[in-house]
Design a protein around this ligand. Sequence first.
Ligand code: NAP
Ligand code: GDP
Length: 323
Amino acid sequence: MTKIVLVTGGTGLVGRAIEAVIDEEKPTNERWIFVGSKDADLTDLQSTRSMFDKYKPTHVIHLAAMVGGLFHNMNNNLDFLRKNMQINDNVLLLSHEFNVQKVVSCLSTCIFPDKTSYPIDETMIHNGPPHESNFGYSYAKRMIDITNRAYNEQYGSMFTSVVPCNVFGPFDNFTPGVSHVIPGMIHRLHETMYSKEPEKAQEEKTFAVYGTGKPLRQFIYSKDLAKLFIWVLRSYQSVEPIILSVDETAEVTIAHLAESLVRAFEFRGKLEFDTSKADGQYKKTASNAKLRKLLPDFQFIDFDSAIRETVQWYIENYDKARK
Ligand code: NAP
Ligand code: GDP
């Protein structure tokens, strides 16, 4: 029987990457539907119900969420908590009502306890309070795992979740004040090079990286994450979350990331660090051992190449990019 796969958040960074992989693959036994907030407001139960009634999915990839970088989280913890709790409760309830066979929802490595041992793994999600900068987002995300377990215990449902590290790629949100670090820096570096201080030669310009540049992050290219998401939907049969991250050895500092962006843009000015801005969590090093055990041969795209592709996409799609 043909699977009907509904992807909530299908118009965002991760959703577009899944769509691109599916467009290349053209599976014959699956019909994929990608929806965004124009198709339904998932904070609203009736709107969510109408959408499930329209598509009658057999499978759901649930990506829709209020999403943002460190500074957006620090200023909006209540909204992150409430909106994401509403969206998640509605999507999981309707998945239950429509007898969806499998739901794969999305957590994040930034929801783990602030005080923890490293590397973090799937067993540690609920072990202590998250970092204070994003507690609203973190507790809402953690509740997905709790809700999945409760649906499984009460009804035997196969509602599971994946835990990606920081994601980047085409179709990201480049909006200042909202964006994560990679789209944020891409947008600001582009402005520095092409719009700000037009009277100055590029060699005399300075680009300010927020914070000390010392925090460590694992970054996954959206296309790699998309392939892994599709594999989880088709092949991973457990309610237990699974971390979808690059290896621990691929972790980089924010300063290293800035240098990779400087190379991709061929920026000839200077870098400086604005230490009046917050660093956020120092690190959240995650182990992908569970993933590696199940998919030992998966090849991640090289970081600098993925950064170059993302910068290229931003330059070519400057007018339509979210900024
Ligand atoms: P994104 O680019 O901001 O996309 C968010 C998606 O959610 C969009 O399709 C948006 O629709 C939809 N959405 C938001 N509010 C909605 C609402 N009320 N009703 C219906 N749809 C709504 O985010 P992303 O980076 O792709 O994130 C996808 C998932 O990955 C999220 O669950 C996020 O928590 C998780 N994640 C992201 C990262 C990261 O670094 N980006 C890391 C770990 C986990 P519109 O396009 O119509 O606005
Ligand atoms: P996080 O990984 O959840 O903390 O969120 P971000 O993706 O927003 O990354 C935040 C880290 O990048 C912090 O250490 C910031 O100080 C640093 N950073 C440097 N420049 C920028 C920028 O332009 N935007 C953002 N969001 N963070 C930046």
